[in-house]
Design a protein around this ligand. Structure first.
Ligand SMILES: Cc1cc2nc3c(=O)[nH]c(=O)nc-3n(C[C@H](O)[C@H](O)[C@H](O)COP(=O)(O)O)c2cc1C
Length: 420
């Protein structure tokens, strides 16, 4: 890909010190990537009820690819109906019948020069049986602080084996559909992340206790994929820490990254937080109160005559994001990068050109990935490349993150107004 001449002094300094620039091509486990920018997995709500991608998703990915992104990671795709999220339009990869629809999607993205990686997930107890029609499951029967309607069922040995097979089968389907690789979702409190975290995994059998035991489910998935698909690229998104009492600490995340590397993982993306922590995963200066009032299932459960009182209390009781709002997983990524030799991808608040170039120049990460900046501006990378390097237009209002409970993904730019 053509290299664009540096347009400012900061970028010149990157080139003079010999550090890789953000526009330098690179490779992830055999996937050629034209620059260091990745679209981080973002649920789009653009699948039909079977979980097959809609035309709107193809249009979105084509816009992202034309906009210069290095690689796209899909929104999370469910490996089993039991692990489906409770938002509409989730991608699914649990059935061979879905493969032809994905093949068309992949071909369209490849024509525009971008690799496409499918994120595979099981939501564990971060979903609702009222939506999936199935009891939620988890490593241990601990009520989720956010999805608190039900106590998840503790997984049996057979249940765990079924989930391992489901991830391996889904990876095989992704390969058959032409995806350049898969990313295992081991972050944000979903099922595999629940196994890794001592907060949610209280098991005393060989799936719990020591870090090696908590990692066993991931290790078996990796082994299964390696046995069946050889060197097919498998990436992972992990929490650098999860903020839960007795949960994942940074030292454990370093060991998990090393275990992933040893198991043949191609790259590790560093995030943090769980859904129960509110907006710790996607931080921002304000709680999206109006969007919560319009779209959130917990608010919908409040009787109508109590809603306006509730609307006044909500801002007082809703947890706001921890600070900082920019590059908030940088420290964790940089510590992990020193411990592994596979590429490290940094996500979380990379909302200025400086956030991105500093992470790469300082050696904290090999790639940066972004979610919200691409929602408001799918061609942000092209703009940066052309030298227009103003910050993302995203105001971190987080209306997008709440409104996906109701509608397909779009940027609301703080304009959702409550319909109490
Ligand atoms: C609307 C929305 C949907 C998201 N869906 C996913 C997802 O499917 N899988 C995932 O790993 N992260 C998901 N995330 C988290 C992002 O990938 C990213 O980790 C987080 O937003 C922080 O990055 P940012 O500051 O660039 O937005 C989502 C974020 C948003 C805003």
């Amino acid at each position: 890909m053509e290299q664009v001449a540096p347009k400012n002094n900061f970028h010149v300094s990157i080139i003079m010190t010999g550090s890789p620039g953000v526009f330098e091509p690179a490779n992830i486990g055999g996937i050629s990537v034209r620059n260091r920018f990745i679209r981080s997995a973002t649920h789009e709500g653009m699948a039909d009820t079977a979980g097959a991608p809609l035309e709107s998703l193809e249009k979105l990915y084509v816009r992202l690819a034309r906009g210069g992104v290095g690689a796209i990671v899909t929104g999370y795709a469910g490996v089993l109906p039991q692990g489906r999220c409770c938002f509409p339009g989730m991608l699914m990869m649990h059935d061979d019948a879905l493969v032809p629809a994905y093949r068309r999607l992949v071909e369209a993205v490849h024509r525009e020069g971008s690799p496409l990686i499918m994120q595979l997930a099981h939501c564990g107890s971060q979903t609702r049986s009222a939506v999936t029609g199935m009891r939620t499951v988890a490593p241990s029967p601990i009520r989720d602080r956010y999805y608190s309607e039900e106590v998840p069922q503790e997984l049996t040995e057979a249940g765990i084996r079924e989930i391992i097979d489901a991830f391996v089968d889904a990876a095989e389907r992704a390969q058959a559909a032409g995806f350049d690789g898969v990313q295992l979702h081991l972050a944000h409190g979903y099922l595999l992340s629940q196994f890794l975290s001592g907060h949610s995994n209280r098991r005393r059998d060989h799936w719990g206790g020591s870090l090696e035991n908590r990692f066993r489910i991931v290790s078996e998935i990796m082994d299964g994929i390696r046995r069946r698909l050889g060197k097919y690229p498998v990436l992972a998104k992990i929490n650098g820490y999860d903020g839960m009492s007795g949960g994942m600490r940074q030292e454990e995340a370093v060991k998990i990254a090393m275990m992933l590397e040893a198991s043949g993982c191609s790259a590790v993306e560093i995030s943090s937080g769980t859904i129960a922590e509110g907006l710790a995963i996607m931080r921002g200066p304000r709680v999206p109160i109006d969007a919560l009032l319009v779209a959130n299932f917990k608010v919908a459960a409040v009787p109508r005559f109590l809603r306006s009182g509730f609307a006044r209390i909500l801002p007082l009781v809703s947890p706001s994001s921890p600070k900082p709002y920019h590059s908030y997983n940088l420290d964790a990524a940089s510590v992990i990068r020193k411990a592994v030799s596979i590429p490290v991808v940094l996500v979380g608040g990379i909302h200025t050109f400086m956030d991105a170039s500093r992470a790469i120049e300082d050696g904290a990460a090999d790639f940066v990935s972004m979610s919200r900046p691409f929602i408001i501006e799918p061609s942000i990378v092209k703009r940066y490349e052309e030298g227009r390097q103003d910050a993302s237009k995203c105001s971190m209002c987080n209306d997008c993150a709440i409104m996906i409970e109701k509608e397909p993904l779009r940027c609301w730019n703080g304009r959702v107004r409550q319909g109490v």
